[in-house]
Design a protein around this ligand. Structure first.
Ligand SMILES: Nc1nc2c(ncn2[C@@H]2O[C@H](COP(=O)(O)OP(=O)(O)OP(=O)(O)O)[C@@H](O)[C@H]2O)c(=O)[nH]1
Ligand SMILES: [Mg+2]
Length: 375
């Protein structure tokens, strides 16, 4: 799966066999392109590559696989399109990184820091490599939060996380809104220069925003994109990127060149979005779009707080306590009696919850993680 995305055949496309026009990798997700198995990764029907006669196209434009096309244009994907890599598969795909001198960008998600701080990433870094930690999606932090405090806290979390070595730097960014990108690029080129490498691997848990960061680079400023390629596929579905895609860039200020590589996300089984795998609308809905605003409830003994139908926090002993939930604007928060929460009939009729409570028993039965108890 490794390699650089290539554009479809050049020359007079009309006189080539459709099979010969197949690009090697999907420029959206990095999967190897194939036209044999419609349910497999990288599927692209050969007819999609034939130039449209009426459009006067000589060379067909870069085509993405069917899965990327559906995700991008219709926000949909078949259940079979969901490709969650096991840790073993992940290690296999990323094995080449371990033998390279590289800068490793370890990307974390402010929405779920503890489950995006992955030891695998630092374990994959070779002895000559440097690690930069970036905490993404800071656009979602409440405006009262001081970013300087978050940076200090992030350094501490890195030290506590068991990372193999101290990162060369930490950055708070928003790949989507472009916050912190300039400082990050400066540090990235400086770190790569010091490590005497031009290869940068962006790694991390699924859904943290790796491909969104590369798309930000694609749009240029403060880096110049040296390759004409379409945008990488991004989505709320974990496991969107399936292979490695390279993006050669030039630092607009210093002229230094680096090759930034997008990688598949590691699937951390405790991430809450995995509870919504059956429904792409839910996966989208639980990701906040606006700054988070806390919703506070005072829980008394025997009461419990529902975060949609995904999480139930019950006060099972101790004094009344204030709980503040930071969730997507679409997720409902409400309080009920703890014993009612465990009552099937209550769940069935509580249709005001979103994501629906009806899904909760299946998740809870599957992995026992949907409920947490506060003491
Ligand atoms: N609010 C906010 N959302 C972001 C940001 N970056 C990414 N996202 C959202 O996070 C989701 C995942 O983004 P991707 O770029 O596909 O994540 P990824 O790490 O490449 O995911 P995989 O390919 O599955 O490993 C998408 O819904 C993005 O819109 C950000 O800076 N702020
Ligand atoms: Mg991706």
């Amino acid at each position: 799966m490794t390699g650089e995305s290539t554009s479809p055949g050049s020359g007079n496309a009309e006189h080539q066999e459709p099979q010969a026009l197949l690009p090697t990798l999907c420029p959206g997700c990095g999967a190897s392109i194939q036209s044999a198995d419609p349910e497999g990764p990288g599927y692209l029907p050969t007819r999609a590559l034939e130039p449209k006669k009426h459009s006067g196209e000589k060379t067909p434009p870069q085509r993405v696989c069917q899965r990327c096309f559906q995700l991008t244009h219709y926000s949909k994907m078949s259940q079979k399109g969901l490709r969650l890599m096991s840790p073993e598969q992940f290690r296999e795909v990323l094995a080449p990184v371990a033998s390279k001198r590289a800068t490793i960008v370890c990307m974390l998600d402010i929405l779920d820091l503890s489950n995006s701080m992955l030891k695998e990433v630092s374990q994959l870094a070779s002895a000559q490599s440097r690690i930069l930690v970036v905490l993404n999606k800071v656009d979602l932090l409440p405006s009262s939060v001081k970013l300087g405090h978050v940076t200090q806290w992030l350094w501490k979390q890195c030290a506590l996380s068991g990372m193999r070595r101290r990162p060369s730097g930490v950055h708070l960014i928003s790949a989507e809104k472009g916050l912190g990108i300039r400082g990050f690029i400066e540090d990235l080129t400086r770190t790569s220069r010091e490590a005497r490498t031009d290869h940068v691997y962006v790694m991390g848990a699924a859904n943290v925003g790796k491909s969104t960061l590369l798309n930000r680079f694609l749009r240029g400023h403060p880096v110049k994109n040296l390759k004409t390629t379409r945008e990488l596929t991004t989505s709320a579905v974990p496991g969107t990127t399936l292979g490695m895609l390279q993006l050669p860039l030039k630092n607009a200020a210093t002229g230094e060149r680096i090759v930034v590589v997008d990688t598949p996300g590691i699937v951390e089984p405790r991430r809450v979005n995995l509870l919504c795998l059956n429904d792409i609308a839910e996966m989208k809905g639980i990701l906040p779009k606006r700054r988070l605003q806390g919703v506070t409830y005072r829980l008394e003994l025997g009461k419990s707080m529902w975060l949609g139908g995904l999480v139930n926090i019950a006060l099972v002993e101790g004094k009344p306590w204030f709980f503040t939930a930071y969730v997507s604007e679409r997720v409902t928060v409400h309080v009920s009696d703890a014993d009612k929460a465990l009552n099937e009939a209550y769940r069935a009729q509580s249709c005001e919850s979103w994501p629906p409570l009806a899904r909760w028993p299946a998740h809870a039965a599957r992995d026992g993680r949907a409920s947490s108890h506060a003491h």
